[in-house]
Design a protein around this ligand. Sequence first.
Ligand SMILES: NC(=O)C1=CN([C@@H]2O[C@H](COP(=O)(O)OP(=O)(O)OC[C@H]3O[C@@H](n4cnc5c(N)ncnc54)[C@H](OP(=O)(O)O)[C@@H]3O)[C@@H](O)[C@H]2O)C=CC1
Ligand SMILES: O=C(O)[C@@H]1CCC=N1
Length: 272
Amino acid sequence: MKKIGFIGYGSMSSMLVSKMLQHQTLKEEQIYIYSRSQHEGVSRFKNCHPAVTLTSTADELAANCDVVFICVKPFDVKEVVKGIAPRLTSVKHVISIAAGVTTEQLARLISAPVSKLMPSVTSEVDAGVSLVVHHEQVTEQQKEALTQMLEAFSLVKVIHEQDLDAATNLTGSSPAYFSAICETFVEATLSKSQLRATDAYEMVLEALLGTAQLLKQKQMTFAETIDRVATKGGITEEGVNILQAHLPPAFDELVTRTLDKYTAFQKQVDMQ
Ligand SMILES: NC(=O)C1=CN([C@@H]2O[C@H](COP(=O)(O)OP(=O)(O)OC[C@H]3O[C@@H](n4cnc5c(N)ncnc54)[C@H](OP(=O)(O)O)[C@@H]3O)[C@@H](O)[C@H]2O)C=CC1
Ligand SMILES: O=C(O)[C@@H]1CCC=N1
């Protein structure tokens, strides 16, 4: 039975561990966690899952585990990985979830094959996409094992690293973008109506869910959905026209600025 370790027990790693346990893709006995701060969430998790091993150092975790997930913030990755590099030999598999740190940057530090995973907070409700990139030397068995760990609670897409940052905008980041759009939409509506905020929130939430279900279950395209709702010469058409006029520059800037930030992160990691 392979031992699977998680370095860092924050928002994403706690979600990944809980989901893997819930869907029984991992057993408690297989799981090792190293939490630098050993915060309350870690002890609560250990109380619920007594067979999980909490290690007192990252080195102890790396020495014991076959697969090591690096779940720390981008600028902490290098320090963590350098500290355990001698343990990350060619028989192990290292999986980093840090945005803006490439597999190549990690491969330069260790002998173990490296993959990158971009999870999504939407996997908390068994939805969303897990983006995966494999560097050279990751074996077919390791690729398959990672897919199996993730596919119970997400759609797994294995892609080329050159597209990872752009794809992350559509997956891992988009719940924040959709929320920002809905928040603005609700605020504008509230400023011109007597609706209660809670009702407006509920209305937009149900509409959002329904739209996603329509698109998915009926396999409707975005254009078809717009056509079904925006009657020619009607009211919605007016709203769609406004969005189609104003959104392209906003999204163009969003994509440009976020991709530039990934590049800046990579450069900063190189300089560390
Ligand atoms: N939030 C999201 O939706 C997504 C996040 N990501 C990536 O996931 C990574 C983690 O993000 P997220 O979970 O949101 O962030 P959190 O701040 O919730 O978690 C980061 C964790 O890193 C740990 N940590 C920091 N420094 C060290 C260190 N030197 N040694 C050991 N552990 C350390 C801390 O864990 P502890 O206190 O347990 O030591 C902390 O909880 C980031 O790199 C981010 O780019 C990727 C896709 C989506
Ligand atoms: O915002 C971030 O840095 C990470 C990457 C994807 C989602 N959250």
